[in-house]
Design a protein around this ligand. Structure first.
Ligand code: HAM
Length: 428
């Protein structure tokens, strides 16, 4: 029979590798706890309209990359390409804005889907970890969100990274900039790709994000948003930068940073990997403020800001820097048996150990004693317990501490309690 292969742009994460994922997720969740952000889980699929409205009709994500299908009830359904629109949908639908604790500070993690051309760091299914803070337009919360994401990288040991920020301004500033962009590109728009021609009137900011026309000379001379910020937007951006300076988070301002999604205004940012070991993709994380999105999704006017990064790209960065994280997978106790009756008895002992909170395992392949010891070594067992038919008959069992080599013989009746004490003592 021919083999069936994994779909392009997806991956299996196997034992041995998953521990790194779990470590990263646990670290990110712990930092969210310290910042008082709470987890939210939304469905993996949503109505297609949500992303058309939320992410924006003229974006690459909506135009080219969504996994959209009709379900059996003839509804158009899309596998989520990102998390923000869904979180905002839930915020509106579940009226989270009515809770007494505001702003609403949320985090999420889970698979996202984009039909992109796969390459290193660009998958069709990838796992994002993201944060959204809804209900405050205090520039201090922009700084908080940025501090949160940088803490995740720093605490995982990634120091060679750069925070790049920009301001996209408020509605009025964006409108002035939009008009300037139209004036700039219009006379030569025929030289641009078809997508850009379509974007000119609808959303000229998207032209700056075009992958095909990146090298066109008019790109480099395009009007900068920073020249079109009104006083309020300028003051807001200054405040955000001031807070970052105050808490000691370094950043660079890049006026060409526009982001690939439509919902942003004011603060927009990316975290980039620096140094050797990276391919074409150096953006580790993206985010920004989206003060109009909640209204766009049908809720009351509510400001918001957030970010998301993929764990795949974070792991790429850790590997490029050859960073080893401190985790070890091992079992507390491996049961070695000699003889038929002893082997049968281990079934019960194993169950009791596990029920007592001790991680334990035994052989299931009828291996000789020597091979059982080898298995214990491979699993890095802290203890091996050796039970032969003779010991069983005398209500005894041998317990060996694999680190010190010390071996004790105890009564079988006291075995579970003994192991429990050893492990609890060791963990304490
Ligand atoms: P985004 O820039 O589209 O923003 O994606 C955020 C991050 O997701 C990227 O920086 C990258 O780490 C990861 N990512 C995106 N596409 C892929 C892919 N094909 N393969 C691997 N990783 C990928 C958003 O998704 C916004 N929702 C972020 C946000 C949250 N803005 C405000 N709140």
């Amino acid at each position: 029979m021919s083999q069936i292969q994994i779909p392009r742009g997806t991956q299996d994460i196997l034992p041995g590798e998953i521990e790194l994922w779990q470590y990263i997720e646990a670290k990110a969740k712990d930092i969210c706890r310290r910042y008082n952000y709470h987890e939210i889980r939304t469905p993996i699929f949503e109505h297609t309209d949500l992303f058309q409205r939320g992410v924006g009709d003229t974006t690459d994500i909506v135009q080219k990359e969504m996994y959209t299908f009709e379900d059996r009830g003839k509804r158009s359904i899309t596998l989520r390409p990102e998390g923000t629109a869904a979180v905002v949908r839930s915020f509106v639908e579940k009226k989270l804005y009515g809770n007494t604790n505001q702003p609403t500070k949320l985090f999420y993690t889970g698979p996202m889907f984009r039909y992109e051309r796969p390459q290193s760091g660009r998958m069709r299914q990838f796992v994002q970890f993201g944060v959204e803070a809804l209900g405050s337009d205090d520039p201090a919360i922009d700084a908080e969100v940025l501090a949160l994401v940088m803490s995740i990288y720093y605490e995982l040991g990634l120091k060679d990274i750069k925070l790049v920020i920009n301001s996209l301004g408020d509605k009025q500033s964006r409108e002035a900039h939009r008009q300037a962009l139209i004036n700039h590109f219009k006379p030569s728009i025929q030289e641009f790709c078809e997508d850009c021609q379509g974007r000119l009137e609808k959303n000229p900011l998207r032209i700056l994000d075009c992958k095909k026309d990146r090298e066109h000379p008019l790109m480099a001379t395009a009007p900068s948003i920073l020249d079109y910020l009104n006083e309020e937007s300028k003051a807001y951006f200054e405040k955000v930068k001031g807070f970052l300076d105050q808490i000691g988070i370094r950043y660079e301002v890049d006026p060409t940073l526009v982001r690939g999604l439509d919902y942003y205004n004011h603060t927009a940012f990316e975290v980039m990997a620096e140094g050797e070991g990276f391919g074409a993709i150096t953006t580790l994380c993206g985010g920004g403020r989206y003060n109009g999105l909640v209204e766009e999704i049908g809720g009351p006017a509510t400001p918001g800001i957030g970010f998301a990064f993929s764990i795949e790209r974070l792991i790429m960065a850790l590997k490029a820097k050859k960073l080893e994280l401190p985790f070890e997978q091992k079992v507390d106790c491996y049961l070695v048996s000699l003889g038929e009756q002893a082997k049968d008895k281990t079934v019960e002992l194993l169950y009791q150990l596990r029920a007592a909170g001790v991680s334990a395992d035994k052989d299931y392949l009828d291996k000789k004693m020597k091979a059982q010891f080898k298995a214990a070594d491979r699993l890095k067992a802290s203890y091996t317990a050796i039970l032969g038919d003779d010991e069983l008959a005398n209500n005894r069992i041998n317990v060996k501490n694999m680190e010190t080599g010390e071996q004790v013989e105890i009564t079988l009746d006291s075995f579970i309690d003994h192991m429990k004490q050893q492990i609890e003592g060791g963990h304490a």
